[in-house]
Every structure is written in structure tokens, then in C-alpha cells.
Ligand binder design. Sequence first.
Ligand code: SDX
Length: 382
Amino acid sequence: MADDLKKGLEGVLVAESELSSIDGDEGRLIYRGYTIEELARGASYEEVVYLLWHGHLPDEAELAEFTEAINEEREVHEDVLATMERLAEADERPMAALRTAVSMFSAYEPEDDVEPDDLEATLRKGRRITAKIPTALAAFERYRLGEDPIDPHPDLGLAANFLYMLTGEEPSDVHAETFDQALILHADHGLNASTFTSMVIGSTMADIYSAVTGGVAALSGPLHGGANQDVMEVLFEIDESELDHREWVEQANEEGRRIPGFGHRVYNVKDPRAKILQERSEELAENGEDKWYDYTTTIEQFLTEEQGLVEKGIAPNVDFYSGSVYYQLGIPIDMYTPIFAMSRVGGWVGHVLEYQEENRLIRPRARYTGPTDQEFVPLEER
Ligand code: SDX
């Protein structure tokens, strides 16, 4: 057995995949051969999920069929809504509510959908989860506002419909397009912690609901998906500080604070997704409050140019600009990570499907460093 222990599995290859590739030195990300820039500019989130799951961009007929199959699954069972209401009343964290909703979806499958999960069944259930997450999340938020949930809008795509279900207002084209791009940017990213969690669960041949529930759980941590909310909380801190934003950053740096949204296990340069989200944040700022964008760029400028973090391979990641984008879209800040999950379900299902094609139970080893040859002493003599 190879004896070179890799903490955190850093740099360890555990599978081959055709879904996405990250060049951490060049700051490039592709999904099945297409650059993230082309997909963000020219495709919809539904097209990208189809690409991830089926291996090619859909033609119009394929997209229409796929979109219809997702849209007809948008409703969630009244018990799920009732649970979202109870959890909202209990002031539960949205990621915990989302994890609960996903694990409930399996309990309300159509009768004929309980056969063993072959590829078709997993794809069908993956579409079901993708369709129902926005509805369950929006309902949770409406209950938190003391409002009734809003039914899905039959004519809107997944991104626009989520924004609609939060407020009852159809989003502007700019807001809908920006949010759809954000979902595309977050859809897949190699074997990140939450995707690998889903794969481990899928490798035991557990059902896709269990694999996605595990992905949601892993994504909720502040070192992973939770960073986008932390970034916005830093911007709020700056906004409420007596210091001007530049002084605030200098003081935070002197105190050795680790700024969320910076640093990445794979990227040594600025995350290409951060570059696109920065453009969207700047555009939104031009028509709204520009201070959030200014605070964010000030932090970046200070840490990268004056503190030289980029020389150390520490640069803005996807979470650094998503905060100011979502805030300007009017999304509550503790919904940022659930939105990350809403998008990443595309990658989680895609990687579980791909890995199960030639499945092998994922079961690493640990080097034992505990005591050996212990003499057992009965309880009464201890
Ligand atoms: C995501 O894996 C993925 O692909 C994830 C993701 C995806 O799409 O799935 O891209 C999404 O999770 C983005 C990352 C979101 N997390 C954060 O923004 C939290 C802040 N970042 C870090 O905690 C850290 O960078 C990690 C957790 C993201 C990566 O951690 P590593 O690879 O274990 O690196 P490390 O913690 O060992 O840090 C390496 C060096 C250290 O310096 P030294 O102690 O060696 O001198 O970089 C420094 C760290 O101190 N460093 C930072 C920093 N993050 C790391 N210094 C200042 N500010 C920071 N934010």
C-alpha cells in the first residue's frame, strides 16, 4: 500500500471524469470541453445541466423535452411545504431546511418510481430534485416572511422562476440573466468536497436523494459553500464600521483575519468564475448601490496588489463576488449557500451518474498510529 499520506486528499487523483476540468495555474474552467465564459454568455442553466448529464449541448427538441420534464416536477408535496413552514417558524438555518426537503422528496415519489435506481431512474430523480429545490427553498423563505408560498410560474425558466417565487414579481431580464449565469458558474467544479461527498455516497449504490443530501451537508461548511455568505457579512461589517473601507481592510489584515472568498485548493490565480461575477456585480452596481462592489474591489486590490497574496497563490474565488451579486438581486444573505446547492445539484448528480458507470466503492485507508497489544482490564478493576 502506497505510504505517502495526503492530508485532505490534496492533489490525489481518485477518478477519471469528462464533466469538468480546472486549470489552477491558468485560471481556466471547462465543462465537457466548453469554456465557462462561453457557457455563461450563451447557454441557460438548463442547457448546462443537460450537457453535464448527457454529454452534449441539447438541440431545441432535446432542450424542450428536458425543460418540460423538469418543469412538470416543480410542485412539492404539501407535507414538504408544511415542514418548510415548521422549520421557518423554528428559525432553522436554510441549508438545514434544504437538506430536510431533499431527504423528503424521496418519500413522495410516484408509486411507479421505486424500482432499483438504474440510469434512467437516477436521471428522472435527478430532474425531480433539480426541479423541486427552488420551490422548497422559495417556500421556506416566504414562510420566514410570514407570507404564503408562491406557485411556480409556468412560463419562466428555473433561474427566473426562483426569483419570481421569492417575491411574486417577475424579475427584470437583467436580473434573470445574471442569476441564470450565476447558476451556470456554480454548476460543476471537479471533485470539490461536496461533489466528492455525493460520489462516496453514490459509490455505495445508495439512492440519488441520499447522495444529494450528503452534498448539501458538505456544502454548508464555511470553508466550502458557506463562504459566499461570510463575504457579504464582511461587507456589512465594513459598511457599519467608522473606518472607511480601505482602513477597515488594512486593520483586518493587521489582525491576521482570513478574508472569506479568497484562496482555493486548486486555483493559484483569480477564479475565472469570480471574473465573470465581478462584471455582473459592476453592472448591477451601475444601476443600484455601488458601495458593495466598491468594498469588494477595495479588498481585492489591497490583498492582491499591496499584500501580494496572489504571489502566494491566494486570489479571489467564486464566492468573493457572488455575495455582492446576490445582494443586489435582493436575495437574503443566508440563502446564498442554498442557491449554491440549487446550482451544484447539477454537478453532484452528474458525477454520481458518471462514477456509477464503472462503480467502485470508495473506501480509503488510514495509517494506524494508536496503541497496540493493550491488556484488557475488566470494568470493576479499572
Ligand atoms: C469553494 O474545491 C472547490 O472547487 C470549491 C469551490 C467549488 O466550486 O466547489 O470552488 C467552492 O469552496 C470556494 C472556496 C470557498 N472558501 C473560502 O473562500 C474560505 C477561505 N478560503 C480558505 O479557507 C482556503 O483557501 C480554502 C479552504 C478554500 C482552501 O484551503 P487549503 O487548500 O487547505 O489551503 P490552506 O487553508 O492550507 O491555505 C494555504 C495558504 C495558507 O498560508 P500558510 O499558512 O501556508 O502561510 O493560503 C493561506 C493560508 O493561510 N490562505 C489565506 C486564505 N485562504 C488561504 N490567507 C488569507 N486569506 C484567505 N482567505
